[in-house]
Design a protein around this ligand. Structure first.
Ligand code: KG4
Ligand code: ZN
Length: 350
């Protein structure tokens, strides 16, 4: 492995994936190792912060070693080590931060703190290095749902965000009501196959004619009322397979409809040349189909990254870290874990 290449290690521990990857020259993913904690959190139907950070602590060193080994790179050869330092659960972020700072200190490698949402947006550049800009970006996961415009690498603008639940959270909570396993997005996608939504009336919360914000909490309540009627005293019915399939289909359609319509609105209000998606919900096939066949959105260059670059991963962190490194945006050892996202006009570091 030639040391002339730019080699960035990306470390990601903000939520329930322990991940590390090595990216060369901002374009070649040499390794991308992810350990998902889905099985661990299944019993609680959601991510329990304490359990998540403990699991990160157990996994982080083998995952980093694996990422370096898969890439055929020694830590000392790295150009920089990038790490997600926001947004996320602080106890989880601290695990990745400690690993990154230690590597940085021991090997004298520059440290780069990365914003997780910005990393999701920039992941499209790994999938399509010739991405046409400005790009409209939908980032939808269990923790965040927002529309952004990527004007240039490291220059982003938030156009809208969710006022309550994230899209993935709505799917996770909906799945619980439908008696489907956690995580809800993939289980609803699976259960919805061949479903028919006729006669099932679920809202599409749009928040006014021009809003680019989202609100998903009412949708989950509407599903609850569809299932058992309004009023807390009603028992939850047990659904047969057809009801479960049709309800899953109707619910997925409602979530996807809102995402597609908001993207159309955003494209009209903020002329863009391409459309990119990221976050766990961007794995959804129905969403991808609907975007590809949408009359307005199909005019844009559509970049739907491979599934492993949509959910949380270290490669997106390494890519953004590499871009920040080139721009001189490196971090000191006092780089802190921050629970909230950077909503500023730029993908700043600190
Ligand atoms: O980005 P991610 O892996 O983790 C964070 O939340 O940051 O996203 C997880 C979310 C969960 O809410 C999950 O239900 C949803 O993404 N998800 C999906 C699919 N796969 C994961 N939603 C819809 N369709 C999928 N295929
Ligand atoms: Zn994420």
């Amino acid at each position: 492995m030639s040391t002339a290449r730019k080699l960035v290690l990306g470390i990601e521990t903000s939520c329930d994936e322990t991940a590390a990857a090595v990216v060369a020259d901002d374009r070649v993913v040499l390794s991308n190792v992810v350990h998902s904690q889905v099985k661990l959190h299944e019993r609680w139907r959601g991510v329990v912060p304490e359990a998540a950070s403990r699991s990160h602590t157990q996994r982080i060193l083998p995952i980093v070693d694996q990422a370096l080994a898969d890439a055929g790179v020694r830590a000392a050869d790295l150009t920089a080590v990038a790490v997600t330092h926001r947004p996320g659960m602080v106890g989880c972020l601290l695990v990745g931060l400690t690993a990154a700072k230690t590597l940085s200190w021991v090997h004298g490698i520059p440290l780069v703190g990365v914003d997780h949402v910005q990393a999701h947006i920039h992941a499209a550049l790994l999938a399509e290095p010739n991405l046409q800009l400005p790009a409209l970006a939908l980032i939808a996961s269990g923790g965040h749902t927002a529309l952004w415009q990527l004007e240039a690498p490291l220059r982003t603008r938030r156009l809208g965000t969710t006022r309550d639940d994230a899209a993935g959270e709505a799917l996770d909570k909906g799945a619980a009501l439908l008696g489907l396993p956690y995580p809800g997005g993939p289980s609803i996608e699976q259960a919805a196959l061949g479903g028919n939504a006729s006669g099932i009336d679920l809202p599409r919360p749009m928040l006014g004619p021009d809003s680019l914000d989202f609100s998903f909490s009412g949708l989950k309540t509407a599903l609850l009322y569809q299932l058992r009627g309004p009023g807390a005293e009603q028992p939850m019915p047990v659904l047969d397979a057809t009801q479960q399939r049709d309800m899953s289909h109707a619910y997925q359609e409602a979530v996807v409809d809102v995402l597609v319509q908001k993207l159309r609105r955003a494209a009209e209000q903020h002329p863009s040349r391409s459309l990119v998606i990221g976050g766990g919900v961007a794995r959804n096939k129905r969403l991808r189909e609907r975007l590809a066949s949408d009359r307005v959105l199909a005019r844009l260059q559509q970049v739907f990254p491979p599934l492993d670059l949509c959910s949380d991963n270290g490669a997106m962190v390494a890519l953004l870290g590499g871009l920040q490194f080139d721009a001189g945006m490196t971090s000191d050892f006092d780089l802190d874990a921050v629970a909230t996202a950077d909503t500023g006009s730029k993908a700043r570091v600190r």
